[in-house]
Design a protein around this ligand. Structure first.
Ligand SMILES: *Cc1c(COP(=O)(O)O)cnc(C)c1O
Length: 378
């Protein structure tokens, strides 16, 4: 028993990848997006599980994340999707990662670095911003100029063309914006592919992958869905996704509280009846956010009990009721299932007015990750 533990089921990640692959149009491949430490699940173990689930690519946001995968001995193709500074680009290239370009200066810099070292040509994917309004160029002519510059440079290889959707997770509520982005990108990619055969065309994140086969092209880039989190913020079970992560703690102390006695900073909980509180040694220092104070439920002994009072950095309290069956040492589940009950990251996210991604990403390094396969040692 440890104070706070994230248990990650690698078999669930494997099955989620297999489930996503079943969705893909013929010939399309799956890139598992393992950025931000696999959204809190641990980048390397989840990357391995995703590859076992027949993902063929890995994608990350940063050069350091690519280097971490290589240092662990993973040799699948890795795409660094994020912006790379002059300092970061060499790190990405040393990791043999594919990189993304949208201006000629970056392409020239990559060519310069590639020329200065031995090895195969650096693979570059050109990014068109079709409506996300973030990285990439909004101008298809500019994107084509970058592609031509990459194709001309002997040290570079034009490997792909990509875009990213802004509203894939809002079907029926985005006024056709998703379809408009898709249309703009398809036109661009078709032209580019006619000039540069063999180009890998990719656009879809998890939501787009589940929303539209027309968005699959040659490769989809799935993050959240591989972890069994629902990209549409609903119950993952409805789309046959299996949450891989469970967050656990335990009842470290019982605190009988008479009517009128309070618990925690600021006395934000005052017992309205005689009751017994359970103290769980987990808090916002573990990523169990303070916004959940008086605003969450926890599974203790297979039943939902209310989290009461202010969450501290290292502890929180739950109200076990006047005659609790749970004693000291009773396991507590903050995310996951126990008995007939289940608390999803989506439920926690809703309480915090945020999205599931932020809940698992926010679990801090203080929480050990324990890996298993359906309960068996991984
Ligand atoms: C994070 C990211 C993804 C994966 O998104 P999910 O919603 O987690 O599937 C795909 N593409 C890009 C460019 C990203 O930044």
């Amino acid at each position: 028993m440890v104070r706070a533990l994230a248990r990650v089921n690698l078999a669930a990640i494997e099955r989620n990848c297999a489930r996503l692959r079943r969705e893909l149009r013929d010939g399309a491949e799956l890139a598992a997006v393992v950025k931000a430490d696999g959204c809190g699940h641990g980048a390397v173990p989840t990357a391995r599980a995703a590859l076992a689930g027949r993902a063929t690519w890995l994608a990350v946001a940063t050069a350091a994340e690519a280097a971490e995968l290589r240092a662990a001995g993973l040799d699948a193709p890795v795409l660094v999707m994020g912006a790379l500074s002059d300092e970061e680009l060499p790190v990405a290239l040393r990791a043999r990662a594919d990189v993304v370009a949208w201006d000629e200066r970056f392409a020239a810099r990559a060519a310069e670095l590639a020329a200065a070292r031995e090895g195969p040509a650096v693979a570059v994917h050109v990014k068109l911003d079709t409506g996300m309004g973030r990285l990439g160029t909004r101008d298809p002519a500019q994107a084509r100029r970058v592609a031509d510059a990459v194709a001309r440079a002997g040290e570079l290889r034009l490997a792909g063309a990509m875009t990213h959707f802004a509203t894939a997770d809002e079907p029926g509520a985005d006024d056709g914006f998703f379809e408009a982005q898709l249309e703009r990108f398809a036109t661009f990619a078709e032209t580019l592919r006619s000039e540069h055969p063999g180009l890998l065309v990719h656009a879809a994140n998890s939501a787009a992958t589940l929303r539209s086969a027309a968005a699959h092209f040659d490769l989809v880039r799935c993050g959240v869905a591989t972890y069994g989190l629902d990209p549409f913020h609903q119950d993952p079970a409805a789309r046959e996704l299996e949450p891989a992560l469970e967050l656990r703690s335990y009842v470290a102390a019982l605190k009988p509280s008479a009517r009128g006695e309070s618990a925690g900073y600021g006395r934000r909980f005052v017992a309205e009846r005689d009751t017994v509180l359970g103290v769980l040694p987990i808090g916002y220092g573990d990523g169990w956010r303070r916004g959940l104070s008086n605003n969450a439920e926890v599974l203790v002994g297979g039943a939902r009990v209310p989290l009461v009072g202010t969450i501290s950095m290292d502890n929180l309290t739950v109200d076990l009721g006047p005659a609790p069956s749970a004693g000291v040492g009773e396991p507590a589940v903050l995310i996951g299932a126990a008995g007939q009950e289940r608390i999803t990251a989506e439920e926690v996210a809703r309480r915090l007015h945020t999205i599931n991604y932020e809940i698992t990403c926010g679990l801090t390094a203080r929480v050990p990750r324990a890996y298993h396969r359906d309960g068996e040692p991984a």
